[in-house]
Design a protein around this ligand. Structure first.
Ligand code: MSP
Length: 510
């Protein structure tokens, strides 16, 4: 048994959660569920990033104090995650006292280690990114991500000596080839470091919405500098050394591609400066696009969809929780960009869920009702399906283990396809009741049992329902994967219920 600590980025609370945020959180949730299933001691952290200019501006625009605004918006993220069946173990808010304590202790440590000094910052800033730019990294003086005017800034700030970590970071990358995945993103981070690092300004005096710098109370920490430390706050940094020892660096940060520099350059350097090992792994994902564009509030104005129409809660009401989870996990290879659309969801739903999985369960439960008097037969050990099942088990497990939900589901669906083909080949619905039907049905039921286990990280609700329909008690996640995912455990003798269709077909213009 291992330890698995998985995190999402903490989301800015300048606005409501959208499906892009859900994409990242559902992927992290499926990974956490997979690791619990294989018996790893697992901690899954998500939360909200509540300081910084962008959040302070949003509060002011809405006539609220930052605290009132963040309370309200942070709660919307929790609601969205509840609607999506997200099994986080901890939800951190950067305005909590525990975070203030960890941040102040962590940064005091870096200060005492001599990596923080005072200087004047002069340059350009994008409030949407909460990031600094130089003229060279801007596009005609505008932010390359948001296209908005950059703000000129000049203040006396505290700086972090990022530049002195260049060689150590390069060495760390060389010694830990799996630190950042996929490789293309690793290479991006590596080239960035190779290109030379500049020290970074880490405090502000122009705003007060932030965590005070313990050795200079006129300053608050720059939002990114406080935010990254959340991963340590949640495991007790500065408060419980044993807990830190237990969970660090068994950590996997799942992040979007635009925040690579913070997680793959700054964050490991900050850990080094504080005398800690960097996190063990950063998994980068791409963006969900709508009509080829990153989701944004201005999409509707440009003739596209309104963000609120594709809010996570709206989507789960429209399609169901598990179908949305399935779509987000199955449609796009983690690391690539993917197009999000209603047509895409409907097509996946009708093909993979209604036609393949739903149809398999319906066929099997119907035939057991009509030809086996509603009582399930047992699986045979020498079934022709056994080889397919064992391959699906191995491929699915290998894919989940390498953070590849899309391939994991593909491998599981291969077993569904093979089982449907097996049924068509034998056509048990045309046979007379007896041993021959029992033999086919026992094997199909065993395949369904295995599918319910293999797909449970992605679709926990549906898999539990399938488990019940084939007469099993508890859930597919009750036993560890090693114990339950081997061919031939379906003992039969269970009452099998037909039930309503698991996935009623959707009109394709839904
Ligand atoms: N607050 C920072 C993260 C601090 S972590 C120490 C932040 N917040 S964010 O709300 O802007 O973005 C959070 C995550 O959501 C990022 O990983 C980002 O890539 C992801 N997504 C935002 N829009 C997205 C899509 N359209 N598609 C996929 N993920 C997207 O950055």
């Amino acid at each position: 048994m291992g330890r698995f600590y998985v995190t999402t980025p903490i989301y800015y609370v300048n606005d409501a959660p959208h499906v892009g945020h859900a994409y990242c959180t559902v992927n992290a949730d499926a990974m956490a569920r997979w690791h619990r299933l294989i018996g790893d001691e697992t901690k899954f952290l998500t939360g909200t990033d509540e300081h910084g200019q962008k959040v302070a501006d949003a509060a002011e625009k809405n006539g609220l104090t930052p605290k009132e605004w963040t309370d309200r918006t942070s709660a919307r993220f929790r609601e969205a995650w509840d609607a999506l069946g997200i099994s986080y173990d901890d939800f951190i808010r950067t305005t909590e006292p525990r975070h203030y304590e960890s941040v102040q202790k962590f940064l005091t440590r870096i200060y005492e280690n001599g990596y923080i000094y005072k200087d004047v910052y002069q340059g350009l800033y994008c409030v949407s990114c909460e990031d600094y730019y130089t003229i060279d990294s801007s596009i005609d003086g505008k932010c390359p991500i948001h296209g908005r005017e950059l703000t000129e800034m000049e203040e006396e700030n505290w700086f972090f000596r990022l530049s002195v970590f260049e060689d150590r970071l390069l060495e760390y990358y060389a010694e830990h080839p799996g630190f950042v995945t996929p490789d293309t993103k690793r290479n991006e981070a590596y080239s960035f470091i190779k290109g030379g690092l500049r020290d970074i300004s880490i405090t502000r005096t122009s705003i007060s919405w932030g965590i005070p710098v313990p050795w200079d109370e006129k300053h608050v920490f720059y939002v990114w500098y406080d935010a990254l430390i959340n991963y340590l706050t949640a495991i007790g940094y500065g408060r419980d050394d044993d807990e830190v020892e237990e969970w660090w660096p068994a950590s996997h940060h799942l992040i979007g591609k635009e925040i690579i520099r913070f997680h793959c350059v700054w964050w490991p350097a900050m850990c080094m400066a504080a005398g800690l090992e960097p996190a063990s792994h950063v998994q980068v994902h791409g963006w969900l696009l709508v009509g080829g564009q990153k989701l944004s509030k201005t999409m509707a104005a440009e003739g596209g969809v309104r963000l609120s129409d594709i809010a996570p809660v709206v989507l789960t009401n429209e399609f169901g929780v598990d179908p949305i989870r399935y779509y987000l996990l199955r449609e796009t290879v983690l690391g690539n960009d993917g197009e999000f659309s209603h047509e895409g969801i409907t097509s996946r739903y009708n093909t993979d869920l209604a036609n393949n999985l739903g149809n398999l369960v319906a066929r099997v439960t119907t035939v057991v009702s009509s030809k086996c008097a509603g009582v399930s037969p047992a699986a045979k050990t020498d079934s022709a399906l056994r080889h397919e099942a064992e391959k699906a088990i191995a491929d699915t497990a290998a894919a989940w283990n390498r953070f590849a939900p899309q391939s994991a589901l593909e491998a599981t669906w291969n077993l569904i396809g093979a089982t449907n083909a097996y049924l068509e080949q034998h056509a048990p619905w045309k046979m007379e009741p007896g041993d021959a039907v029992d033999a086919v049905m026992g094997d199909a039921l065993e395949a369904i049992r295995l599918v319910a286990i293999l797909a449970t990280p992605a679709m926990p609700g549906v898999c539990e329902e399938i488990w019940r329909r084939i007469g099993l008690s508890g859930t597919p996640a009750d036993k560890t994967f090693d114990q339950s995912a081997t061919w031939g455990q379906y003992a039969g003798g269970h009452r099998v219920g037909k039930g309503d269709p698991l996935f009623p077909r959707m009109k394709s213009d839904a």
